[in-house]
Design a protein around this ligand. Structure first.
Ligand SMILES: Cc1ncc(COP(=O)(O)O)c(C=O)c1O
Length: 399
């Protein structure tokens, strides 16, 4: 399969991991060579309930038997999307209430940017250095990374950057700012938490100058940090929230949510201020609804903080300088890029799936399904420590 995968499926990664997937269940992916791989990545934070959670699969099957796509976004009332958005409204702090369902995270960001410009009548957007919000033109414009932006210019105008957690930069938010967009916890930059009430201070500054705060919850969202949304750990409420990844239970989805007053501005001047064919798709929404119900009715959120403690207890080694992040959004920070690369590739050989972060090259991602068991955590961390020991031994042999 790999030969055809490389030949016919467009590639943008020079060295894909290339596991040939046969099936997946719970915390494991099974490959065509008969191997069983423990998954510490969960499709990059997407498979919150593990692979093929029975309630998610049941919801998808039942909906698929009833109807698939019937109409473009927002014309017909379809029960899965209606119930999903209603349950989200029940979970959100006020005034967040209305949700627009998209097909991916990056589309949620595009919608949030449009909403901010439309509602404020202002053009300027402020993003953070080392942020990642997706790869369509608007989201790419928010990524202050010369190598990645240059070949695709001109991008969106009116965008400037601040340093995450840098309070001095608050003064760059002015009466001209439509919105500040930040990840609640910076992902690609190395799972960096906001500190000293940073998000609260940003929100206050936005209020002073009439700007909006958009928080990208696409990675921390849906229970990974012990709360349904990451920002709920930081005692503040943003104006617009972008959602995705773990929301779908393994299906492609995104969403942006705001107050009813704000969101209603997209239905006027122009009418249909944001449209999409497949947003709110009934099968996808059924999967997201089953996922949301399971996360909010079980102990998975609080357990993720207990599981974090176990990871931190087990991941102690001279080649690890720090374990960063929160809940089940963790990154091992190794002593060098080379060690991080070796760790990921050697663990792959030992059937443990790990992955890189976009900007922090010394980091190794640990974002398992929320459903991962203690035994599986111990099994995977054991492999990581064994591999790090091998790396040390090899280094000593060379020296
Ligand atoms: C924080 C964040 N925002 C946005 C996105 C884009 O989401 P998608 O890949 O679904 O377009 C990602 C994806 O990795 C992300 O991590």
């Amino acid at each position: 399969m790999n030969k055809d995968f490389l030949r016919y499926q467009a590639q943008t990664t020079p060295h894909p991991l290339g596991l040939e997937v046969e099936s997946a269940k719970g915390s494991y992916i099974f490959t065509t060579d008969g191997k069983k791989h423990l998954d510490f990545v969960a499709g990059v934070s997407a498979c919150s309930l593990g692979h093929c959670h029975p309630k998610v699969v049941k919801a998808i099957k039942e909906q698929a038997e009833k109807y698939l796509h019937v109409m473009v976004y927002g014309e017909y009332a379809q029960q899965p999307a209606v119930e999903l958005t209603r349950l989200l409204a029940e979970q959100f702090p006020k005034p967040l209430e209305k949700t627009y369902l998209t097909n991916s995270g990056t589309e949620a960001i595009e919608g949030a940017l449009k909403l901010a410009r439309r509602y404020t009548g202002r053009a300027e957007i402020i993003a953070a250095h080392q942020a990642y919000h997706g790869n369509t033109m608007g989201s790419l414009s928010l990524m202050d990374y010369e190598e990645r932006q240059k070949p695709f210019r001109p991008l969106l105008g009116g965008i400037s950057f601040i340093q995450f957690n840098e309070e001095k930069d608050l003064e760059k938010i002015t009466e001209k700012t439509a919105a500040v967009i930040l990840e609640s916890i910076q992902g690609g930059a190395g799972f960096i938490l906001p500190k000293n009430n940073y998000l609260k201070k940003i929100k206050q500054r936005c209020e002073e100058v009439g700007a909006l705060l958009i928080l990208d919850e696409i990675q921390p969202g849906f229970g990974r940090t012990g709360k349904l949304f990451g920002f709920q750990n930081f005692d503040m409420v943003p104006d617009i929230v972008a959602l995705g990844k773990g929301m779908g239970g393994g299906m492609p989805i995104g969403a942006f949510s705001a107050s009813a007053k704000m969101m209603d501005s997209l239905s006027d001047n122009p009418k249909m201020g944001h449209i999409t064919t497949f947003g709110g798709n009934p099968v996808i929404a059924a999967s997201a609804l089953a996922t949301l119900k399971e996360i909010t009715s079980s102990d998975l959120m609080s357990e993720s903080l207990e599981k974090e403690k176990l990871f931190r207890k087990l991941l102690v080694h001279p080649l690890i300088s720090e374990v960063r992040g929160m809940g089940l959004m963790l990154a091992i920070i190794t002593l060098s890029e080379e060690i991080a690369n070796q760790l990921i590739l050697k663990c792959k050989e030992k059937n443990l799936i790990l992955f890189w972060l976009l900007f922090e090259k010394k980091a190794v991602r640990i974002t398992p399904p929320l459903t991962i068991s203690e035994e599986e955590i111990k099994e995977g961390c054991g492999i990581i420590i064994d591999v790090l020991e091998d790396i040390i031994k090899k280094q000593e042999a060379v020296n």
